[in-house]
Design a protein around this ligand. Sequence first.
Ligand code: FEO
Ligand code: CA
Ligand code: CA
Ligand code: CA
Length: 717
Amino acid sequence: MEDKNLQGKLLIGHDDCNNSNNESFDDVLSQRLNRRDLMKLSAGLIGSTLFGSFMSGCNSDETTPATSPVAAAALLSFTPVAKNMNDTVTVATGYTANVLYRVGDPIKLGVNNYLNDGTDTDFDSRSGDCHDGMKYFGLKADNSGYELTNSTNGLMCINHEYINQNYLHTVAEVAAINNASRIPAQVDKEMAAHGVAVIKITNGGTGFALDKTSGYNRRITATTPMKLQGVAAGSSYMVTPYSTTGMATRGTVNNCANGYTPWGTYLTCEENWNGYFKYSATGRTAKEVAAFSRYGLSATSRYGWESVYTQWMATVTGADATADYRYGPNTFGYNVEIDPFNPTSTPVKHTAMGRFAHEGCWPAKATAGKPVVFYMGDDSKGEYIYKFVSTQNWDAADATGGLTAGAKYLDSGTLYVAKFNADGTGNWLKLDISETAIATYATYTFADAADVAVHSRLAADAMGATKMDRPEWGGVHPTTGEVYMTLTNNSNRAKTGSYGLDAANPRYYTDTYNVTTTNKGNVNGHIIRWKETGSEPAATTFAWDIYLFGAQSDANATNVNLSGLTADNDFSSPDGLWFSDVSKGLMWIQTDDGAYTDTTNCMLLAALPGSVNDGTATSVTSLAVPTNGTADQAITTYVGAKPGTTKLKRFLVGPKDCEITGITETPDGKTIFVNVQHPGEDGTTTALTSHWPDGETTRPRSSTIVITKNDGGIVGI
Ligand code: FEO
Ligand code: CA
Ligand code: CA
Ligand code: CA
């Protein structure tokens, strides 16, 4: 999702809806317990004793390819790519990037080639727009089903997060768009360009290509029927005219990052879904108004689809919820499970995993006999980090269990939210109706467990979770088990007040864009990480530090460029984050930036991170801003070991006005796939700012690219 809010553009999503009074950083600071050294000591002892158990658990990990994983080299060997604003993909020397799958590309036989002039239709049978999270699943050579290790035949699941209307319609149509009265055919096209694609891709020896003949190829869109499962399914919150029993809904939208399961299915995550509805408070109870307000519903929808389809009109007009879509928004905001190997299966929205602006959903290593654990972020300003712990323990016999296993592990479990304490410890706070803070919450009276699931944000408020600087992608280090999550930026972060600084979100400063514009807050973002107590994913306590701070290399070294970034690796607004399963320990970072784009296009970096507490406790001072009279203040935070130029390098820079997002690999690690989202998004058809990927005369197109090492080796090492 674009981060252009820093420049005052495209204010879609990520809004400030968190007016809770919890998590004042002053309170957190006053609780500082000075137990940092004790934490370090105990973490070290626990780590050494658990290393053996981790190693013995490897064989039960069904998510890791069997292809001989290799330890990533101690230092990155490729030559870093220089920052640039070229309208092309620049990849490190020794590597090649080819375009695989562009918006509009036919995914089925009999579909016309994409004209790319705004007249194309049939997006049910074409690539959608704005490629985002994705995952490669190996497919048996005879195409009969899942094969974890197949690196030449696979099914790719790809999110199509949203649309760029300028490039989807003709010039005249774009000029005439009126959200109060949309033209049905245009809305149909836009809804079909959203969602997810499942495509078969094959490498016959000359590189991957899409196989349009495959029966697996499928589009899931904003109109596809969906099942609702878990605690809130069938509750009164989910009743609509489409499903008067509250067991189903239609469509998935704003599918941002992704996840996957140990049982061979794909998770697509609904992020800024609130913007798709036109909402009214008229005729609602005060409790309902509080709930919808907390989720940022408003009277203005992003695309005006409600002018054609009442599904998107969240207003009280009928006698009850079976007669209007007053509760339509309650059926969005979930992780959606898709079985790529069963093309007729109905996707499932798993309500027990909570409802918020789900960026993505990342599994911990599955261990037989223990719960399955997923980490999740809520990407809006000041929102929270969550985890889901299944009730059922992992049974490796479910490794190809598909949606049946999904129901077993994802429909019953415990949802937690993270609190990052000032002393470098953390707590997972249970979101359960039995918790006193939830049961007695004065701001919102929870009725039952379904209410808690549907209104996870309010339950997290009640528990006193830590307001973060926009949680984006997460990842679990394949050897240490430590969890990393990007916090992309937060223009609302301030020195004091409800978004005041805290140890886990410690920066407030000023950055200049194009000389004339000044950005404030946490402009460049950071990456937090934590180690679960005992290295148990289901633990309820953890130790944390900040692995990396985004910054310009020439920024203030003691308060802004805390990780010592240089010209070889400086970046802003980390978003995508992903660990290779093949080169163990190699992490990739992608940017979705609007703050450093006066200097460089968005990028992909490779990293070799260490471990929690490998750095130092550091006092950071917020920096004075002329228009803000609040005195500067010092915050103690925990800065990970500086990477230097050998453990963090820029690997790729994208074309103009793009975001680099979405990354996955073949099981042999010799091919990685990366998405280039919305190249040229700041332009129009009459004033193109990007011509990528196809040249001078065409409209720019979001695309999946394929990156290989020229010597045929594993990418990145
Ligand atoms: Fe769709 Fe939070 O990025
Ligand atoms: Ca982003
Ligand atoms: Ca994102
Ligand atoms: Ca700047």
